[in-house]
Design a protein. Sequence first.
Length: 132
Amino acid sequence: MGKKNGIKLVVPSSLHNLTLIRALAKTYMEAQNVEKPDIMKLLSVIDELATNVVEHAYRYETGEMTIFLSKEGNTVHLSVEDYGEGYDESRLSKDEGGMGLFIVKGMVDEFEIEKKEKGTKFNVLKEVKEAK
């Protein structure tokens, strides 16, 4: 899964950390020669998943989230994991922002939600093009 050349970031779940997460992810993907439109899509996915952790897993309380990003061949793997309240599909209506995950699914090739005893892990795979 590309763990040798991947990056892992463990940060407090705060909307203030989105800038740091985006900057690190963007720098990593540029170094991996990912085309700019794919970088922008993946940054949007990261924003949505990290915001989801802040709003739903910890309900704006401080907790920890782990972001892992790697590229193997032409596939980028992204995971965003929290240790807060588990993901509950029945709790999210479209009126409460449930459209975010729907939009994420449309931007990536594979999307998986791992419900854990404590927390949730979102796994994403996206085929990307190389920058010219």
